[in-house]
Design a binder for this molecule. Sequence first.
Ligand code: JHZ
Length: 411
Amino acid sequence: MDAALTRPCRACGSLGLLPFLSLGVTPLADALVAPEHLDAPEDRFPLDVAFCPSCSLVQILEEVPPEKLFVDNYLYFSSFSPYLLAHSADHAHGLIDKLDLGPRSFVVEIASNDGYLLKNFVERGISVLGIDPAPDQAAAANAAGVPTLTEFFGTDLAHRLVREGKRADVIIANNVMAHVPDLNGFVEGLRILLTDDGVATIENPYVRDLIEHREFDTVYHEHFCYFSCTAVDALMRRHGLYLNDVEYFPDLHGGTLRWHVGPVERRSQRATTYLDDEVASGLTKSGYYEEFGVAVEGIRSELLDLLHGLKADGKRIAAYGAAAKGSTLVNYVGIDTSLVDYVVDRNTHKQGLYMPGVHIPISDPSRLIEDRPDYVLLLAWNFRDEIIEQQREYLDRGGRFIVPVPTPTII
Ligand code: JHZ
C-alpha cells in the first residue's frame, strides 16, 4: 500500500494515512457486465482503506476517474425502494415545514438521481434544481418534471449558478459527499451556492456503523470517504460552514447520519453529544480501526465455509440484490457461479446483466418463486425487512435467507 505513504488526506491534506483494510484488487462495483462482454477483460483497481490521524477521515487510497464510476457504468435508480421513497418524502416535508419553504424558495439537490426526492418539493410548488452526472437518471428526472442538470457539482458549477442569480436556500446532498474525489471543492461549492442563512443537509452512511456492524461491503471505489461527525465538523469549518445538527437513521443503508450545516454557527446539543461520543468511543483514534481487517477476514472464511457446506449437502443457492455492496462482497469473498446460481434484482436496468468479476447472472425476483432455491444470500441486507416482507411466499414455502454481515446468519 505505497499509496498510503504518498497520498495526502482527501480532507485535511496531511500525510501519514494509516491503512487498516485491504479488499484486494477488485472490479468496479457498479460495472455490471453485458452478455456480449463476458469474455472481455474488466478494469480492476486496488481497494484499500485508511484512517487519517490528523482529521479522523476514513478514506480509500485509490482514485478511479468519476466518469468511469457515475457516467459509464451507473445503473443505480433511487426509486426502486419504497422505504427510501418514504424516507425522502419525510425529509422534504420536514424541511418545508421547518424552514417554511414556499414558492419563493429555491431547493437544489446534488446527486438527485431520478428525481425521487425533489418531486416532493415540485408537488408543493417550490422551485428546484437537480444536479446529477448520470445521463439516464437525469433524463428520467427531467421527464418526471424535475429540472435536472447532467453535470458533476463543484466550485465551477456553483459559481455559474450564482452568476445566473440562482443561490440556494436549501441544498440537499444525500449519498454523494462520499462519492467526490475533490472533497474540498465540493464543500466549497456548497458554501458558494448557499444563501447566507441557507441550510445544507447531507446524508451518508455512518463510519461508526460500518466498523461496529462489520459493513465492509459498503467499501467500493465509488465511496472515496467514510464519515464521522468529527471529520465532517473539521471539513466544514475549513470552508466557513458549521455542523449545526445531526440526525440518525439506523435502518437506512446500514446506519445513516444526516448532518445539517450552514454558514452561521448554531450548534445543537444533539450535535455536541455526537461529537463528544465519538471522542469517548475512541473513533477519532487509529486503535478503533485496528481489528477491523481481521474481523472481515473472519466473515470471509465463515461465509465460505457455510456456502461450501450447503453445496456439499446438495442445496441450491441464489442471491438477492445486484447492489454495489453485493459486488464487493462476492468479489472479496470469492463467490462465483459454483456457489451461487444467480442474483435477483428488481431494477429492470440490471436484469440480463452479470455481476462484475464473478459473472453471476442477474434475473427478475419472480425467479425465486418459480425456481425455489433452498437458500438466498441477501446481498442487499440494508433492505432486509423490506425484502423479507416482499418474499414472504418464498419463505413460507421453506426458503431461507443468509444475511452475510455482521456475521453470516441464516434466517
Ligand atoms: P442498494 C447504492 O449502493 C449506490 P448499493 C450508491 N453508490 C450509494 O452510495 C449507496 O447506495 C448508499 C435492489 N432492490 O440501494 C435495488 C431489489 O431488488 O443497497 C438495488 O439494485 N428489491 C449511490 O448499490 C439493490 O437491490 C428491493 O425490494 O449497494 C440495492 O442496492 C429493494 C429494496 C432493492 O445500494
